[in-house]
Design a protein. Structure first.
Length: 351
């Protein structure tokens, strides 16, 4: 029904307007218990073979929602009802900010892709915490944190620390986002020294708490292999939990659109199908180079169940979808879980 009726209607509306409409609908549905129960019956897939224990956390299944959709923690309970094993909220900054000027979100249907330059638009960590306090389900929550646009890089650590402290009691894991292309100079924090300083500080603060939370680092797909080698070394040295690979790309290669059309859209991160191969390549490289010493959350271009399985086979412990959810709807989650179960059963038969 989603692809036949709902998506065609939504795609007649501007992308950000459609997003706001869907979240208004989510807020209504979340207040109607029997509707949520129906959604769980339709979309959730329960099976012990789907369970995963990653970084000390028990996930009911390995399919998560990537950061960027539920920015302000408005619909995580309902998203869990749609079959997600975990939901990553954010990116969250200490202070609320409007993000970049509109329009800032663009569809590229020929390539099943999106370009966004949202710019960490969110209501701030205080508003997020208020919503997290009302959590009604057991869905695993990840807190994706970033710095405010006006915070200079030399003071970025303060922003990450503020959000970490505020969210600590309400999320199950953290993701440090230094890889978005839509906040000026943010990606400079991926360089070896500033990144090492930032992660070391957060991890030291983390280990002083009563129950340390896993910290993951989200990286860009545009890094060189040498930069990725440095990041692997930093993850192993700081002993954070692992890596989320990958964020959106600034590349425009392989798009089925005229150059003038793409140029008119302008800056922003590209997500969806064009990112699929590069993301999987990076996952495989990190897994092999690190000898599987830490978990990888694979994200980028998962549009089908086969795409998800390939990322898991490349070395991802968990996967996340975002653009695939926009194009394929919630049925994609169940399809992926069924594919994973089929693969697991086939392996058991061979044994």
């Amino acid at each position: 029904m989603y692809k036949l009726i709902i998506r065609p209607i939504l795609f007649l509306i501007k992308p950000e307007t459609a997003h706001n409409f869907i979240f208004s609908y989510f807020r209504i549905v979340s207040k109607i218990p029997y509707l949520r129960a129906i959604l769980r019956v339709i979309y959730s897939k329960k099976n012990p073979l789907l369970n995963r224990k990653v970084a000390g956390i028990d996930f009911s299944n390995p399919i998560g929602l990537a950061a960027g959709l539920d920015k302000n923690a408005e619909a995580f309970d309902l998203l869990g009802d749609l079959g997600f094993g975990f939901v990553e909220i954010g990116t969250i900054t200490p202070e609320g900010q409007p993000g970049n000027p509109k329009p800032r979100l663009f569809r590229l249907p020929k390539n099943q892709a999106l370009i966004n330059r949202m710019g960490f638009n969110n209501e701030g960590v205080g508003a997020t915490v208020k919503r997290l306090k009302k959590k009604k389900s057991n869905v695993i929550i990840g807190g994706n944190i970033g710095k405010n646009k006006l915070t200079p890089n030399e003071k970025a650590l303060d922003d990450y620390e503020k959000s970490f402290d505020a969210l600590y009691a309400f999320v199950d894991y953290f993701v440090v986002n230094v890889s978005s292309p839509n906040t000026p100079n943010l990606r400079e924090l991926q360089e070896k020294k500033p990144l090492s300083d930032l992660l070391s500080h957060l991890q030291q603060r983390n280990l002083k708490t009563q129950h340390a939370k896993p910290i993951f680092l989200k990286i860009a797909p545009d890094l060189s292999w040498e930069q990725i080698d440095d990041i692997i070394e930093i993850v192993e040295t700081t002993k954070i939990a692992g890596i989320v690979a990958t964020n959106t790309t600034i590349s425009r290669q392989g798009l089925d659109y005229e150059n003038d059309f793409v140029a008119e859209i302008g800056a922003g991160g590209l997500s969806g199908k064009p990112l699929r191969e590069r993301s999987t390549e990076i996952i495989r490289y990190i897994h092999e180079k690190s000898k599987g010493k830490f978990p990888i959350i694979g994200v980028g271009g998962i549009m089908t169940a086969d795409d998800a399985l390939k990322k898991l086979e490349a070395g991802a412990s968990l996967v996340q979808i975002y653009t695939g959810f926009i194009y394929e709807g919630p049925a994609l989650i169940k399809k992926i879980n069924k594919k994973i179960l089929a693969a697991a059963n086939a392996t058991n038969v061979k044994k």
